[in-house]
Each structure stands twice: as structure tokens, then as C-alpha cells.
Design a protein around this ligand. Structure first.
Ligand code: SAH
Length: 240
């Protein structure tokens, strides 16, 4: 795979700052260290995923003043009080989908678009839903600029899924819920997996739900902490 070539001096959707859209040898070194120390060392080995993470400039998705820590081993704040997930969590969630390259994936919680970009590098068609319009627009500009054109964007409540394009071979939710949103299970194709954090506001279990005909098989992956999924399946007063 080629590296993403810088196409202009300023990154579009760069959260209001004049971030330089440039992937330096130093950025690449930090990114390769991230993959070796945080992903490979923790047992994630899917070759296509590893190659995509080594190639995708994570610092294009963070605030420009955080460029030096964009590849560190933790989640980072993004706009509108949201976060860009820890690289390991992104890798674990993507690996858990385990779909085939020609398949179609639904993502809930576009956020900065980092996870969306990885999915778009790995799978044929991505559908992504974000309820904050500004985040969706900024992510869209950023991802188009990277040349990732196999993505459809929707602004709305993703806990209802995106029925018009379903069923999906995989669904990935990057915000935490109290219970599994029924519409997401309903939009899962046979053999498809839904990856979603479920639990209390302070701590959730990242879960995998796999559809086998009418049956849904659930597996726990790891403990995690995500920002809340807004809507009827999220945390409300008295439910946390
Ligand atoms: N995957 C993102 C991180 C997402 S943070 C990244 O790589 O940057 C969680 C995102 O989910 C936030 O952007 C938040 O606005 C969005 N979100 C929360 N509830 C939602 C809902 N019901 N529908 C769609 N998006 C939602």
C-alpha cells in the first residue's frame, strides 16, 4: 500500500485550526512504534488491519497541537466533548468484526472519522451515522481528502441503525449503551457481528453479538469506557 500523500497544506475539518496536512518521517516512526508496541505486542495480528493502521495518519484526526501524542496509548479528546478511541480499542473492535473485504459495514458514532477510515480501507462499503452534524461534516471532509470514497454518511440517531441500506455484514458502535439496541440486531445479516460496549456509564463490557439464523450468540471481549450512546438505549437518569 502507498502512503497517503499530502494533497494540500491545510487539513480540512481540522477542528478550526490550521493543522498541517503532512505526514513526516517522524510521524511515520511514531505510527510504526504504535503498531508494534500497542497492537502487535498485545496479540492482534490480522495482517490487513496491521497494514492499514501502519498507513493511516492518526495525527490528521487529532487537534494539531496534539500531534506529538497522537500515537500514544490512550484515548484523546476531540470536539463536542467526544473522544477519539485508544488505538488498541480501535484495533480490538475492528479485529472482532472479522468480516470479508467485499462486505458492507455499518458504524455508529463517526466522531473524528478515524475508525471510519480504517473500516473504509478494509471493507467494500461503509455506512456511518453520527448525531452531531458538525462532527459528521468535518469527518466527511477529512475522509474525502484522504481519497476514501466508499463511505456513506448520515446525521441522526444511530441507535436506530440505517435501515435503508441494511442488512449489514458487520455493525460497530463506538459509544456505550445500557442495553443492545434492537434495531441494530435486526439489521445484522446472517453470520454478521455487532460489536458494542454495554454496561454502566463508568465501565462497560465490549461485547460481540453474532447472528446465526434466528439465534444471537454473545461473547464478552474486554472491559472498556466509552462516551455515551445518545438516545433511548443510552444512560438516562436512574439507569446508570
Ligand atoms: N469512532 C470515533 C470515536 C467516537 S466517540 C473516532 O474514531 O473518532 C462516539 C461518537 O458517537 C461521538 O462522536 C458521538 O457524537 C456519537 N454518538 C453518540 N450517540 C450517538 C447516536 N445515538 N447516534 C449517532 N452517533 C452517536
Amino acid at each position: 500500500m502507498d502512503d497517503f500523500a499530502p494533497q494540500s497544506a491545510t487539513a480540512p475539518g481540522s477542528q478550526g485550526q490550521a493543522a498541517v496536512w503532512f505526514d513526516s518521517p517522524e510521524d511515520r516512526r511514531r505510527r510504526h512504534d504504535m503498531v508494534r508496541q500497542q497492537i502487535l505486542a498485545r496479540g492482534i495480528r490480522q495482517p490487513r488491519l496491521i497494514r492499514a493502521m501502519a498507513r493511516l495518519p492518526r495525527h490528521f484526526f487529532t487537534h494539531s497541537h496534539e500531534r506529538l501524542v497522537a500515537y500514544d496509548d490512550h484515548a484523546m479528546p476531540s470536539d463536542h466533548g467526544q473522544t477519539i478511541s485508544q488505538p488498541l480499542i480501535v484495533a480490538v473492535m475492528t479485529a472482532a468484526l472479522d468480516a470479508r473485504p467485499q462486505q458492507r459495514i455499518l458504524e455508529i458514532g463517526t466522531g473524528t472519522g478515524y475508525q471510519t477510515a480504517l473500516l473504509a480501507m478494509l471493507y467494500a462499503q461503509i455506512f456511518t451515522v453520527e448525531h452531531v452534524r458538525e462532527l459528521s461534516v468535518a469527518a466527511q471532509e477529512r475522509l474525502q481528502h484522504l481519497g476514501l470514497n466508499n463511505i456513506s454518511y448520515c446525521v441522526g440517531d444511530g441507535s436506530k441503525g440505517w435501515e435503508a441500506h441494511g442488512p449489514y455484514d458487520g455493525i460497530l458502535v463506538t459509544a456505550g449503551a445500557v442495553v443492545v439496541p434492537e434495531p441494530l440486531l435486526a439489521q445484522l445479516a446472517d453470520g454478521g457481528r455487532l460489536i458494542i460496549p454495554i454496561g454502566k456509564q463508568k465501565l462497560q463490557m465490549l461485547k460481540q453479538f453474532e447472528r446465526c439464523g434466528q439465534e444471537i450468540r454473545s461473547t464478552d471481549i474486554l472491559e472498556c469506557r466509552f462516551v455515551p450512546l445518545v438516545g433511548e438505549y443510552g444512560w438516562q437518569l436512574g439507569r446508570s
